[in-house]
Design a protein. Structure first.
Lengths: 101, 174
């Protein structure tokens, strides 16, 4: 059996779908963020698989950037969650429905 | 190493990553979810090694499974938010989570050990292997992507300042 790119793309799609499912079903803002991270990770897997498939290093460079931006995004997102928790005493996103603090 | 054994490693890692993703979504305790996600990231890192991306695999472990998940755990524990949502599982569910976790970690280590001792790193594709050492990656980064690299630096700086501004307590409140 040969390990082709299709296998990786299928795994990437499954992980992305599971992440999307988490975003849609869970109401805890922190779990929501983790699901987003999982989706980013699935995209990274697809990037690396294509970099390998096409024999091109650019895919890996792009993954490098995605990881950097994801780190910045997580820091800002968690700071937002901490701030919201301080004023609302909750991180259930159904209860966070006002822009007003 | 024949392509058959790489297929075994791939199937093991796919099993570990999908199961840990499902367990992350099902877990009612946010700390457990974070730990499942660490397992998921580690399994993906092993797949990066199979895909001839050793540097990305190491970055995945240190930045994702290390730094980002520590930040998550820190915030979860800071807020005491681990059980804000829904019912916490009884003792029976805990046991079954433990059993699944142990099995998955054993599979992960077995798969990675198999990969290392069979010398199959970078053999998980159908095309020729290119040079993906950190040196080659760094050269490509600084030859073709200098501007994006600088922009990323500014983005990180902006994130740092933003976070500091967000979480600063106002003088009156404190």
């Amino acid at each position: 059996m040969e390990l082709t790119i299709n296998w990786y793309i299928a795994l990437s799609a499954i992980l992305f779908s599971l992440g999307a499912l988490g975003v849609l079903t869970r109401r805890n803002a922190i779990i929501l963020f983790m699901s987003i991270e999982m989706m980013l990770n699935a995209a990274n897997l697809a990037f690396v698989a294509f970099a390998r498939h096409l024999g091109d290093l650019d895919g890996q460079v792009l993954v490098f950037f995605v990881i950097t931006v994801a780190a910045a995004e997580v820091a800002v997102g968690l700071a937002l969650i901490v701030t919201i928790f301080r004023s609302k005493k909750s991180i259930n996103i159904d209860e966070i429905n006002l822009m007003k603090g | 190493m024949g392509s058959g054994s790489v297929v075994i490693v791939f199937i093991l890692m796919a099993l570990v990553s999908i199961t840990s993703a499902v367990m992350m979504l099902r877990s009612h305790n946010a700390v457990h979810s974070a730990l499942w996600l660490v397992l998921n990231f580690t399994a993906i890192a092993v797949l990066y090694v199979v895909l001839n991306a050793p540097f990305i695999a190491m970055v995945q472990i240190t930045v994702y499974a290390g730094a980002i998940m520590v930040l998550f755990l820190f915030v979860i524990m800071l807020l005491g938010a681990e059980q804000l949502q829904g019912i916490t599982g009884g003792h029976g569910t805990e046991r079954y989570h433990q059993a699944v976790a142990i099995v998955l970690v054993v599979l992960l280590i077995a798969g990675f050990g198999f990969l290392v001792f069979q010398g199959g790193m970078g053999s998980g594709g159908e095309t020729a292997v290119i040079d993906t050492s950190p040196t080659a990656l760094g050269l490509r980064l600084f030859e073709g992507y200098v501007l994006p690299f600088e922009v990323t630096g500014i983005l990180l700086l902006a994130a740092i300042i933003g976070v500091a501004v967000f979480t600063r307590r106002k003088k009156k409140e404190a």
